[in-house]
Design a protein around this ligand. Structure first.
Ligand code: SF4
Length: 148
């Protein structure tokens, strides 16, 4: 049995900062469900942040909320909690939402809240990388399905 850690918002949970979701199309979810047992995580909620919440972005080594409050600790806690799930299920793959300061696997917003993307990883994607868990985003699902 193969386990896939997946961002809860991709599964349709309303856990996004603005209370919205990033639900994948049903046919894509069906394909993922066939290939994996899906384990949903929302690192920001798991780190104790409420929903809705103010958006946050990575700035250097910190995660800063739009009102300039430092939420690095909450993001780090969420990453550890999500990693604990991945370890519990011995998951080798994760499908995480692109661009998120937690989940983004290739690019993130630059910390200026101007919509500017830069190369970099969210806190959870980075943590997963360290432990050899391969992280895909929602534009890379075909590559992910090619792994099974
Ligand atoms: Fe989705 Fe990840 Fe943001 Fe939670 S932390 S809402 S799972 S992108």
């Amino acid at each position: 049995m193969k386990y896939l850690i997946i961002s809860s918002c991709l599964l349709g949970a309303n856990c996004r900062y603005d209370g919205g979701t990033n639900a994948l199309a049903e046919d894509i979810l069906a394909q993922l469900n066939k290939a994996f047992v899906l384990i949903p995580v929302c690192p920001e909620q798991m780190g104790g942040l409420s929903t809705p919440r103010l958006p946050a972005e990575i700035r250097g080594k910190k995660v800063i909320r739009k009102d300039e409050v430092d939420v690095t600790k909450e993001f780090q806690l969420g990453s550890r909690e999500a990693l604990a799930f991945a370890k519990r299920y011995k998951a080798r793959y994760a499908l995480l939402k692109a661009y998120s300061p937690s989940c983004g696997n290739e690019t993130v917003y630059d910390g200026s809240f101007s919509g500017t993307l830069i190369e970099g990883k969210g806190t959870t994607a980075k943590e997963f990388d360290k432990f050899g868990i391969k992280v895909y985003n929602e534009t890379q699902i075909n590559d992910l399905l090619g792994e099974v």
